[in-house]
Write a protein that binds this ligand. Structure first.
Ligand SMILES: [Ca+2]
Length: 473
């Protein structure tokens, strides 16, 4: 054997040992290894609000997840609430359902396969604790979409102590299994207690717990026990409640992790933490919500160094702090491949050994991130598409490039950014990169061609569902 052969063999041996020692123990999905899935979603938590991105609030539990897990440093969602939740549960762009704004009527057809229904059909125990916002009446609730147990707000954010939605037909919204209920307590504590109780009742079946908190959405009023932990140098009352709300949420995440450990479930569990859109600077004491004595003033949602905020298709509106954690599944690292909320359905189904057959199921928009997350295998180049509120702005990401197209009363206007060199979107290259602009505009036309293909039509007078139709975009 030549010297070259020997050194080649040695090199291969070293590589094999390195891969073997660095790889997690996860060895594919079989009946005994199908993981539990806990997907925690914050509401309006901005890129820069968390401790691991330099936020002012201490978030030791989220920081721990980021340190021990895979931080997805370019994870995109919709700029507002219901669209992100539509994308998460269907694996399809919210625009396919015509959903681009927060919506209180039924958002997706009953017949839609969802992450929850797919996992339930595969033998998972399924549960939603938190904010639904894909149909705010009990008849449109989460139990119709594969959740065996549900609890929380059928509508959007709620007042923290009286748990009501905005004035109008959707105000009574606090429910358990689509029956309206009344309870005492702070919304974050109630959701955490229900989640922990449900985890405690699990036996051998793998489970899917979807835990979308209402924190840190307005209106905020935190208990003294959390306000007292905010540094005294911060005097603005809304900021104090905002930071307390983040710490309260962080503590809730820690309690859920503790419950998983206490019940010997944590080794088999994958935890995903994300937010539904960027941070907000809206007025906290929105008078349309029940008066819970919330302080007046604007929220200090922090998306820095990214541009824009909730509602925008700029990075600050759609790029949110996201971690996937599971020491038995993933090697800790920062993964900067651009990924999107629609990817979780195919990805988590892969972990759960549920075949969604991406190749034949052309309606799905998400990609399977399993091999990226577990083996660090690169994804194929692809377009990520974001339709903003009321279609006023739409954006696509392809590789380093981002196109934003605004709909105006006169001419559509375009912005083009090179996110690799300009992640803050300060230098619009639409005027100087004509060829790239043309290619990106064509990609936007292509990806948006299936928009509105699964729209639920609601009779505005009766509020009843008329049809679930396929209409031309
Ligand atoms: Ca939100």
């Amino acid at each position: 054997m030549s010297r070259v052969d020997v050194s080649g063999m040695l090199l291969r041996l070293i590589c094999i040992i390195a891969v073997w020692t660095l790889s997690p123990v996860y060895a594919g999905a079989d009946e005994t290894s199908r993981p539990n899935i806990v997907l925690i979603m914050a509401d309006d938590l901005g890129w820069g609000d968390v401790g691991f991105h330099g936020g002012k609030a201490l978030t030791p539990n989220l920081d721990r997840l980021a340190k021990e897990g895979v931080e997805l440093s370019q994870h995109y969602v919709a700029p507002v609430c219901s669209p992100t939740r539509t994308g998460l549960l269907t694996g399809r762009y919210w625009s396919r359902f015509g959903v681009t704004t927060p919506t209180n009527t039924l958002a997706i057809p009953y017949s839609t396969e969802t992450l929850s229904s797919l996992l339930a059909d595969a033998g998972y125990d399924t549960c939603l604790v938190g904010k639904w916002h894909l149909g705010s009446l009990p008849k449109w609730g989460p139990n119709h979409f594969g959740f065996q147990h549900s609890y929380g707000s059928l509508a959007g954010g709620v007042s923290p102590w009286s748990h009501g939605y905005k004035e109008g037909p959707y105000r009574p919204t606090w429910h358990r299994n689509q029956t309206l209920i009344e309870q005492q307590g702070h919304v974050t504590d109630l959701l955490t207690a229900e989640a922990i109780e449900w985890i405690g009742k699990r036996e051998e079946n793998p489970f899917f717990l979807y835990l979308p908190y209402t924190a840190v959405h307005l209106p905020l009023r935190e208990p003294d026990s959390w306000l007292n932990r905010v540094p005294s140098g911060i005097s603005d009352q809304v900021e104090r409640h905002y930071l307390a709300s983040i710490m309260h949420l962080d503590d809730a995440v820690g309690q859920v992790l503790d419950a998983l450990a206490d019940h010997q479930k944590i080794d088999r569990t994958i935890v995903v933490f994300t937010s539904d859109n960027g941070g907000s600077t809206a007025e906290n004491n929105d008078l349309r919500y029940p008066d819970d004595g919330c302080p007046n003033g604007r929220l200090p949602g922090r998306n820095l160094p990214l541009r824009g905020q909730k509602g925008d298709v700029y990075e600050g509106g759609i790029r949110v702090p996201t971690v996937v954690w599971g020491p038995h599944f993933f090697v800790p690292r920062i993964e900067s491949t651009p990924v999107q909320i629609v990817d979780w359905l195919p990805t988590l189904c892969h972990f759960a050994d549920v075949d969604v057959d991406l190749k034949s199921n052309s309606s799905l928009d998400g990609s399977d991130l399993h091999d990226l997350l577990v083996e660090q295998k690169p994804l194929e180049p692809r377009v990520l598409y974001t339709a903003g509120p009321n279609w006023r702005s739409r954006a696509i990401r392809y590789g380093r490039w981002k196109l934003i197209q605004h709909k105006t009363s006169k001419m559509p206007t375009s912005e083009l950014y090179d996110l690799e060199s300009d992640p803050r979107e300060t230098n619009n290259l639409a005027g100087t990169q004509g060829e790239i602009l043309k290619q990106m505009q064509q990609r936007l036309i292509d990806v948006s061609s299936r928009d509105r293909e699964s729209v639920v039509t609601i009779d505005r007078e009766t509020g009843s569902r008329v049809e679930e139709s396929k209409v031309a975009p």
